[in-house]
Design a protein around this ligand. Structure first.
Ligand SMILES: [Zn+2]
Length: 444
């Protein structure tokens, strides 16, 4: 049995059912699970002194495209709307290899971990040159992060009226066959699982309705979740109206894509009726505020969604439409954006932190994660409250979104993967060097 005692934490934002905030308490971790919270807790295991620290649940990232960490700030894609941005990047992505997929996932996940993330979903929807979802699963396993890889897909190329080039689309039978292989090989539904696979056709403008429907049937048969992009901007909604004769919410409902086993990325352009639909079915949303700003997509109606009861988590989205993968700064952006839209009381820092932790865990169906509570998985972030960003603060929990910029210690399933601000599981300088060398080769 392995034990870690987090001793005398100055502050704990538990995100438990009572939203308790604790002072000067110990947290005992046994075999990956939070076993005790209190004062004077005894342990024979490793002790982490938490006197100058704020402890929160690990952050949860509900939407990413890890392969895009190789294509940050690409000239020609820096200032485009969604469709033009995609058309610039598709040809570059078509040259990526399995090694690139591993490397970019490693960098993306390392960046997330250093921002306090313990559980990440990834949406990989193109598989050039023999790339497989297994490449990113290997990267997550090597880092030690809890992972929810989604088997994305594109089946409608340019010649069939879709957006992606024909060279990047797959046959639908092949997509479904590989989905079955991945679920059978990697999906673990058990409590405390480190890897759960989901199915994720890329978007209404890159797959057929048949594939959407078949993916939903397969997902329910196998007991896995469903994910895709929806209602990302006005172009996206216009495409839906012109091509399918309905708004995105109706499109999703008609194809069986509503329920608590479904979560959508972005949904910036949901109307009141669609919000009610999502709330009724407990359909989840991955809110990606930085990406929405970067692509000029708009401000998602998160206040209305939360008030209606729609489950909401955060996503950094791919690095090609964010330029960063820092989940804590994403939480801050979420708070700020609702205030721009609705006023200074539209979202508190505590609500944004809730969305970034427990909210995300619930969107991903991970009710065993996202809280500092006895019996929950030991996914724990420790933030240094003696840092310069905290100096002068009257309320460390309220200011956390503004810094420190990096987590000090991070536990996933009770394993310390960040220690004193350093990732313990990856040679990060080497990985960065490899990544930059690869970008140099892509530029040639
Ligand atoms: Zn996305």
């Amino acid at each position: 049995m392995t034990e870690i005692l987090i001793r005398n934490a100055a502050y704990v934002a538990t995100m438990d059912d009572a939203e308790r905030e604790l002072r000067n308490v110990d947290i005992l971790v046994k075999d990956g699970v939070i076993a005790d919270i209190g004062t004077g807790v005894a342990s024979d295991g490793e002790v982490i002194d938490a006197k100058g620290f704020l402890v929160t649940p690990g952050l949860v990232n509900t939407h990413h495209h890890l392969f895009q960490t190789l294509t940050r700030a690409v000239p020609g894609a820096q200032d485009s709307l969604l469709f033009g941005w995609l058309q610039r990047l598709y040809p570059i992505w078509s040259t990526l290899t399995p090694e690139d997929m591993y490397l970019s996932a490693q960098i993306g996940l390392a960046e997330l971990a250093l921002s306090g993330c313990t559980l990440a979903a990834d949406h990989m929807y193109l598989f050039p040159n023999g790339s497989r979802l297994d490449d990113t699963i290997a990267a997550a396993s090597d880092i030690g992060m809890r992972f929810q890889p989604t088997r994305g897909s594109m089946s409608i190329g340019v010649s069939d009226g879709g957006l992606p080039p024909d060279s990047l689309v797959e046959r639908e039978a092949d997509i479904l066959e590989d989905s079955i292989r991945l679920i059978d090989t990697h999906h673990d539904a058990s409590e405390g699982s480190m890897c759960r696979v989901s199915l994720a056709p890329c978007s209404p403008f890159s797959v057929s309705q048949n594939l959407m429907r078949d993916s939903a049937i397969l997902a329910r048969d196998k007991g896995v979740m469903l994910h895709t992009h929806l209602a990302e901007n006005d172009e996206d909604v216009r495409y839906s109206l012109e091509k399918f004769g309905c708004r995105p919410g109706q499109y999703a409902e008609d194809l069986g894509w509503v329920g608590d086993d479904v979560w959508f990325a972005h949904v910036v352009k949901l109307d009141a009726q669609e919000i009610d639909l999502f709330a009724k079915h407990r359909t989840g949303v991955a809110h990606c505020p930085c990406s929405n700003c970067r692509l000029g997509s708009g401000i998602a109606p998160i206040r209305e969604m939360r008030d209606a009861g729609v489950p909401v988590g955060l996503g950094v989205d791919g690095s090609a439409s964010n330029d960063s993968g820092n989940l804590m700064s994403e939480a801050r952006q979420a708070m700020l954006l609702q205030r721009v839209a609705k006023g200074a009381d539209a979202m508190s820092a505590r609500e944004a932190l809730h969305i970034a932790t427990r909210g995300g865990a619930e969107v991903l169906g991970r009710h065993d994660c996202g809280q500092i509570a006895v019996g929950k998985r030991a996914d724990i972030a420790m933030w240094n409250i003696t840092s310069i960003e905290m100096a002068g603060s009257w309320d460390p929990i309220a200011i956390l979104l503004a810094g420190p910029q990096k987590v000090h210690n991070l536990l996933v399933e009770g394993r310390q993967i960040v220690r004193d601000g350093i990732l313990t599981t990856v040679d990060l300088p080497l990985a960065i060097e490899r990544q930059n060398n690869r970008v140099g080769a892509l530029l040639e």
